[in-house]
Design a protein around this ligand. Sequence first.
Ligand code: 26Q
Length: 824
Amino acid sequence: AWKKYQTKGFSTKEEFEKDVVRHVETTLARSMFNCDETAAYAAASLAFRDRLITEWNRTQQRQTFTDSKRVYYLSLEFLMGRALDNAMLNVGLKNVAKEGMSELGFRIEDIIEQEHDAALGNGGLGRLAACFLDSMASLNYPAWGYGLRYRYGIFKQEIVDGYQVEVPDYWLDFNPWEFPRHDITVDIQFYGNVRKYQDDKGVQTAVWEGGEIVKATAFDVPIPGYSTPTTNNLRLWSSKAASGEFDFQKFNSGDYESSVADQQRAETISAVLYPNDNLERGKELRLKQQYFWVAASLYDIVRRFKKSKRAWREFPDQVAIQLNDTHPTLAIVELQRILIDLEGLEWDEAWSIVSQTFGYTNHTVLPEALEKWSVPLFQNLLPRHLQIIYEINLFFLQSVERKFPKERELLARVSIIEESQPKMVRMAYLAIVGSHKVNGVAELHSDLIKTTIFKDFVRIFGPDKFTNVTNGITPRRWLHQANPRLSELIASKTGGYDFLKDLTMLNKLEQFADDKEFKKEWQEIKYANKVRLAKHIKATTGVTVNPSALFDIQVKRIHEYKRQQMNIFGVIHRYLTIKAMSPEERKKLAPRVSIFGGKAAPGYWMAKTIIHLVNSVGAVINKDADVGDLLKVIFLEDYNVSKAETIIPASDISEHISTAGTEASGTSNMKFVLNGGLIIGTCDGANIEITREVGENNIFLFGNLSEDVDELRHAHTYGRHELDPNLTKVFDSIKSGTFGDVNSFSALIGAIEDHGDYYLVSDDFLSYIQTQDLVDQAYKNQDEWVSKCIISVARMGFFSSDRCINEYAESIWNIEPLTPEDGN
Ligand code: 26Q
């Protein structure tokens, strides 16, 4: 219906071709005779970009004219991946483009491959933000994303001699998807001092002065919804020096070298994404990034609000701001500062506006990931903000004392300032105090935060402030785009592509779980996806894998809590078992390909050791003639969003095996099941809800439960710690040098043997390998296996990020969708 509002842009292949040729010849200033794939990608992207701009402008006008409430999603990470394929599918013109490109002599797949991933994120948190943008646009919510325009995204991973090597990811050489807004700039202040004075009426005012100024420039990225009239905006800020401003006064005029150095220092702020996932390191530049981005975004939001000429108390009726973890928590302090120091509001009125505006999403319970900043560092970089934090804390602690008069330890426990040496600002506590809702990202995780790290705050604010919104994924990218043949098959049985907008419609598939013809097509698609991955494996590693083997995949950031070490120990156990078998026994085995992928944070030595072990084990097993096709071990280099789109549809079983209680949700678990793979996993994060939806018979669960973890850890430290004998054999084989230099892996073994096995690898090992045996058994019965896969997909509707965004909109943001029918 909304199509009737569309006026501009191509809709036939002829019109598309004309646009492409025009862009090649004029925008790119090349001739069609030497148009290579790079130029064809550029021109096709520009053609689609033109189409997006019209809808984008119209969406923004609509949102402004109707003066509707907007949500602003603040995230330091947006792991967008490629944009062209997504734009083609969302505007519904991929087939037009495919035919057009073909007439111009190109295969659309090759053109899509030309695009460099926009990899402005580490892992789950960043990709979640990208899925949310897709859902918000696809559901017509008035929503903006705000982030940083890093010059370098997450590093490119190369594997050299089995070790990870990091290569910078310079991705901005040619990026048709961003629009520089040189007219939209904000001056951002750092350092300096606060001067307090009283005016004639005795009112205290604080002035933050001196220090240095850095300029923020906006770059806008259009976010098209799937088959909607909405194209939302992602605004990314880029830093540069504020030339000619007072920051140059401290240099002698004409001191060219130091002004260049100054320029570079300013540009450093948005230069590089910090490559740590779930680890906090307290670096000043990171805090600078946070304030730079938060201050620019709030200036923008406040400016937009002020144009409406409404009273300040209406701010929370017009604006919802969601904090993607604690990284943007300074936004709370910055808005309070704007309201009291610049707009002259009373503290209480300002604070009521602030705390009604923000919502905070927690993504971790790992203590090493909880953000803390040293007070001296804060004092130096953001002196006025530190004062405001102290005031917020004072008023908060006073209210706690009134409510719980005799509990002195409680005050120390919940104070936003940790009384350590040096003192630290606890960002999660600040985020809780300054928000009206706090949510976890899966049921277990939301329960855990209420009973562990934020327990005291539940007593103070009451349970209603804390809620759960289970994560989701966008079916457009993670089914339709990644697995077009499966999407087509589903469409043929559910009555078209409506399931991409209402994923619960997948339940119509359940009636085909025993349909012979359907199952055959289903299997063929899976096989074709595996052939495609096998080709990629051959091309990138040189190893030949059999597409009929069971593909067992674990792809995610490398982290001890995610337990890739347990997976590779399990692989070694399998290898030792095969070696001990007779040829007859070997014939009964199901062939398996164990596939790993993922980046280690550059400073995370243990994670890098895990990568090294996987590669060393692969090098031995893959050339062992006794083993042959029965077992292959692959490490896929440089796992990223676009590689995920080929890897995930090719899995038979995928591993989600974190120590219970450590993985907040996980989202790749959802992607794998949605693509017709089963999973082996622990009772952790969203695995639990996946089990609830698909049924216990369709998932391989194993291991200790989260409520047992504390006790087991305690027993390791204070009791005898006897290792699982299967694991001991694995360690013996590593120690005997089977996989190369023994010393290389001693830390990995030592963590389990000598240092308390914090992640309970040994405790879960038997249960893990037994469950893997069950997987082998189940896979042998292909008929039943395929039925399990179909039933699982049919029951995955809940995990759409559309469901998730609707929950946020209703219970946290209080916003409504907006379409042309609602206004203009
Ligand atoms: C913090 C301070 C300084 C530098 C870096 C960081 C930092 C960066 C990234 C801390 C954490 C992250 C990323 C966390 C993350 O990806 N968490 C994952 O979020 C997913 C979406 O909710 C969940 O599914 C995963 O379970 C969770 O691990």
